[in-house]
Design a protein around this ligand. Structure first.
Ligand code: HEC
Length: 296
């Protein structure tokens, strides 16, 4: 009997010591406005459909607790939550990218390299408090229903004057677990441009920066209300205005919601012009004008 028990321990203990496989209930119906929508290329779920995670169920999962100071939390703040890469392991076995989509149509794309380097966390508690007690962002916007934060952000690369940009969206309503090739395909420069260093640099910058708010087809954010093809047309029509809009939008459009990239120098702005020009349509497309994005 004793021998049997010893064998049992040797055979089964290592397996038992591994973290238990977490099962997150994916609901087909929304239970409250604070549920987190889940979609993308998920095993067993048709592409384009939505499932829901409930806040109270997410709180049952093991949480990481860290102190952060970033744009959303100006004073040191203790946050707890689930690492996005842990969620991906549980939910998105075939996906290598996570897209966080916000109530104002802003989105952040997390590549595998980004997840590995920066370890972003889906925040569930702020200073130990559940979200009825959360503060607002320094600009007064709601952080709820979900916000993403980092343990400590050290830029991992630099392209011209663009630094690897911290992706810390708030007001996140949906996470998509996706294949990165599908996401980037509509903004990849055409083959003949891929060996052009200036165009390629423009691509690397636009993909991290502009793509959060400007879309190409169904990919990318729509907060800017202006597609990649229209931006291409803008870059051809008036490259100087295009540069100024990126560098200091307020000078041309008082009250602009588009953030200034004041650190972008001439070479960086030129790379963006060179890249976007490759997306200018052959025949001019109608310009609907620049709209104020709708607030929730
Ligand atoms: C955080 C969201 C955001 C990001 C990031 C962003 N934009 Fe915008 N963009 C907007 C919004 C919103 C508008 C509409 C005007 C406004 O309110 O600023 C806009 C408008 C524009 C316009 C038209 C403005 C005009 O007056 O003609 C251009 C061109 C443009 N964006 C280019 C870019 C490029 C290129 C990048 C990347 C370097 C970029 N945007 C990054 C949100 C963004």
């Amino acid at each position: 009997m004793r021998l049997f028990l010893a064998l049992f321990l040797v055979l089964f203990l290592p397996a038992a010591q591994q973290a238990p496989r977490l099962v997150i209930p994916l609901h087909t119906e929304r239970s409250s406005p604070g549920d987190l929508e889940i979609g993308g290329e998920l095993a067993g779920i048709p592409f384009g459909s939505t499932r829901f995670l409930r806040y109270d169920e997410l709180l049952q999962f093991p949480q990481q607790t860290i102190t952060v100071t970033d744009d959303n939390f100006h004073t040191p703040t203790e946050i707890s939550g689930i690492a996005l890469s842990d969620l991906a392991k549980v939910l998105g076995e075939h996906a290598n990218m996570i897209v966080a989509i916000c109530y104002d149509s802003y989105r952040s794309n997390y590549s595998p390299e980004y997840l590995e380097a920066h370890g972003p966390i889906l925040v569930l508690r702020i200073n130990g408090q559940t979200r009825e007690h959360w503060p607002t962002a320094p600009n007064g916007d709601q952080l709820t229903p979900y916000v993403i934060a980092h343990p400590h952000f050290i830029p991992r690369f630099k392209v011209l004057a663009h630094n690897d940009e911290e992706q810390i969206p708030y007001g996140v309503t949906r996470l998509e677990f996706r294949n990165g090739d599908h996401i980037y395909a509509p903004i990849l420069p055409a083959k003949k441009w891929r060996s052009d260093e200036q165009v390629w640099n423009g691509y690397l910058i636009a993909r991290e920066d502009c793509f959060r708010c400007h879309n190409s087809g169904g990919e990318g954010g729509t907060m800017g209300g202006r597609s990649w093809q229209l931006l291409g047309q803008d870059a051809v029509k008036n490259p100087q205005r295009f540069r100024t809009i990126i560098h200091s939008p307020e000078t041309l459009r008082p009250g602009a919601r588009m953030p200034a990239e004041a650190a972008y120098d001439a070479a960086t702005l030129d790379a963006l012009v060179a890249y976007f020009r490759t997306f200018a349509p052959d025949k001019p497309i109608p310009d609907p004008g620049v709209k104020e994005p709708a607030k929730p």
